[in-house]
Design a protein around this ligand. Sequence first.
Ligand SMILES: Cc1cc2nc3c(=O)[nH]c(=O)nc-3n(C[C@H](O)[C@H](O)[C@H](O)COP(=O)(O)OP(=O)(O)OC[C@H]3O[C@@H](n4cnc5c(N)ncnc54)[C@H](O)[C@@H]3O)c2cc1C
Length: 437
Amino acid sequence: MKEKVVIVGGGLAGLTAANFLARTGREVTLFEKSHGLGGRAATTSKNGIHFNLGPHALYRAGQAYRILRELGVEFSGASPKADGSLAIAGGRKHALPSGALSLLTTSLFGLSAKLEAGRLLAALPKVDAQTIQHLTVREWLDREFRQRDVRQLVQAFFRLGSYVNDPERQSAGAALTQFQMALKEAVVYLDGGWRTLVEGLRAKAEAAGVKICSSVRVAKIERDQPTNRVIGVRLADGTMQAASSVIVAASPKETCELVEGGEKTALGEWARKAIPVKAATLDIALERLPQPQTNFALGIDRPLYLSVHSAAAKLAPAGNAVIHVAMYLESENEAEPMAIQHELEKLLDLVQPGWQALVIDRRFLPNLTVSHALTTAEQGGNTGRPGPEVPGIEGLYVAGDWVGAEGLLVDASVASGKRAAQLVATQPINQFAVAAA
Ligand SMILES: Cc1cc2nc3c(=O)[nH]c(=O)nc-3n(C[C@H](O)[C@H](O)[C@H](O)COP(=O)(O)OP(=O)(O)OC[C@H]3O[C@@H](n4cnc5c(N)ncnc54)[C@H](O)[C@@H]3O)c2cc1C
C-alpha cells in the first residue's frame, strides 16, 4: 500500500511540496479551504486586466525561480527598466540613484551624500551578509553610513526588497541578502500575473497524481496517543483522512490552532513570536498612462512604492496600464485606511497626474499580510527561522514564508515546501498510519 501524505494549504508552498512528494510515489492529497488555489499568489482577471494581490515581483536569482523551473513550470515575463525611475522625498520628484549617471544628476541630495552613496552602491554587492544577520537594519545603517540621506536611501531599498518597514527589528543580513539578489539579477514581472505559477504547479501536481480538494478546510491534526505521532487530519465536516505525514503550509497561528494543545508546543512559541509583515495596496487599471515614460517611483522619506507592472509584463490589453501602488506598513501600524488610501492617491497624482479620469478598475486593500513573520536580528536572521520539522510531533512539518533558512517571501515558501517534502521522503514509513488507512 502506498504511504499517504496530506498537505494543508494550496498556496505556492503547499503546491510545491505536493509536486515533490508526488514524484516520490506517495499518495498525496492537498486540501485548500478557499474556492480557488494560490493563496496570496492568486491573480484576479477581468476584461483582460490581471491584478495580482498587490505588487508581485519574482527574484530571478531566488529559490522560487530556480525550483519552479526545476519542476518544469512554465512562465514568462520581463524585468522593469530602471530608466526614468523616481525617488520621492519631501513630496517632490527626484531621479532615483540606481547607477552612476542618476547618482550624479539627482537632486535627491548634495555632493557629500552623493560621494558616500557612490561608495555605497559600489560596495553593497560585496558585503558579506552572513556577518550581519544578528544586527538590526538600524544598527547596521548607523554603523556604516555617516549621512542621514544615504541611510534613508538604503532603508528605502531594503523596504523595496523585503517589504519590511521595521528597521529596529529586521535583520540587516536578511535585508541585504535580498537586496543583493536584486542587484545581481533584476526581478521579473510575470505575464498574466502570478496565477500562471499557481496554474502551472496545479497542472504538474495533478499530472503526477496529486488529489487536490479545494473548498475543504482541515480542522485538526490527528495524533496517536501516547506516541504523539501524526496519523491524519480531521476535515471540517468531521471526516478523517489518514496520513503518515502532514505538511501544513499555512500561517503559524493557523498551524498552531490545528493541533490540540498546540499553544504548549513549539508551534505555540512560533505563533507568539511571529511578527507579520504588512502592506496596503492600491491596484489600478488605466485606459492609458498619462506619463508613459515614468514607470517607477520609490518613497525615500515615506514608505511608498509605485510601479507600472504592465510596462514590463502582459497584464492588460495593448495601451491599457496596470499600476500597483503600495505602502509598507509598520509592524504596529495604527494608520487609518482612509489616510493611507489618500496618501497612495497623492503619490499617483504626483507621478501620473490626470490618472483619475482614466480609471478602468481599482482596488484598495488596506491591510495585507505579505509575509507571516519578519526575519529578526534577534533570531539571528534567516538561519533562526523555525521548521520544517515540528519538534515533539513526529510526522508533522510546516512550510511557508516564515519557515526554514532559505530566502524571504515566496522564495522561503517554495524552498521550505521543497525541503518539507524531502524530509517526509526520508522518513521511515509510519506503520501505524498505514494500518489505519
Ligand atoms: C501585497 C503583497 C505583495 C507581495 N509581493 C511579493 C513579491 O514581490 N515577491 C515575493 O517573492 N513575494 C511577494 N509576496 C509574498 C508572496 O505572495 C507569499 O510569500 C506567498 O505567496 C506565500 O505562499 P504560501 O503558500 O506560503 O502561503 P499562502 O499563499 O498564504 O497560502 C496558504 C494557503 O493555506 C490555506 N489554508 C490555511 N489554513 C487552511 C486549512 N485549515 N485548511 C485548508 N487550507 C488552509 C489558505 O487558504 C491559503 O490558500 C507578496 C504578498 C503580498 C500580500
